[in-house]
Design a protein around this ligand. Sequence first.
Ligand SMILES: [Zn+2]
Ligand SMILES: [Zn+2]
Length: 305
Amino acid sequence: MPNMSDIVSPDKRTPGIVAIDPVLFPILEKLYDRRLQRLNVLATKQEENGEYFRFLSHLVHAQKHILEHMPLDQPNRRAILGLFSHGLDSELLEDSLASITCWQNAYTTLLQQISAFLPSPIQQNLTELAADKPRLIRAATDLLWSQYQQVNAGAAVVLWAALSICWAQAVATQQEEAVTQPIGAAVCCPCCHAPPVGSLVLGGAREGLRYLQCSLCETRWHRVRAVCVDCGASDKIDHWTLDDAKSPIQIETCGDCKGYIKTFRLDYDPELEAMADDLGSFSLDNAIEENGFMRIGINPFSFPA
Ligand SMILES: [Zn+2]
Ligand SMILES: [Zn+2]
């Protein structure tokens, strides 16, 4: 049976001992395949949101198309890695994004591939954005600065998908240079500085290890468990599920900073995919937010309003 996991196997040079990899770089083709598979499962299972899950599967298909037919060239890879080392707070971000063309082309290609599945007012809105380069670049800058409410919600999902396919290829192909920040206590991605989607507890050879997954470049980075990923406190950590304690989708809250992160227990259910299954479990978020907790991280399939 082929290995369906999108997570690289551990190095087993020392028999019986698995070294903890500080970061796991994305294997993009497999990652997109798994995401598509989960979106399709959820589209059938959660009929009330079926149409949106089906739309997202067209979007991920289009990302896969870009991966296969428009691979990132060396100048664009270098330019994206240059952004990582300057950090996202830099005032230069907007100028840098203007000079990096791959994500702008990716946005146009994604739009062409999905436009048949968009309601016409949204399609028109996104097409106008593609034609207005300064506004497109401003919108991308706002997204990377976490100013999500500045960008039209429909445009944000497609624009982020365009940035993501380029950023993810840059880290996957330039792994030795991609990590630009210390990893030990990072709440944001040590490569591209974007917030996490959530936290994964792995199974198999990495049984029980916790990694956060980047919402932008798809990298996973190791964080010890039972410690708040944001403030580092460990006294008031609680785990919540909608049903039983063995539920594969859980929420970890911190009573000290009032933050929470969604956790996907791949050791309980290896089929889970963070972005798709997060979207399929927002009722858990709603219940936790009613108790005064704030989400750590974002899901780029549904930006905070
Ligand atoms: Zn990242
Ligand atoms: Zn905390």
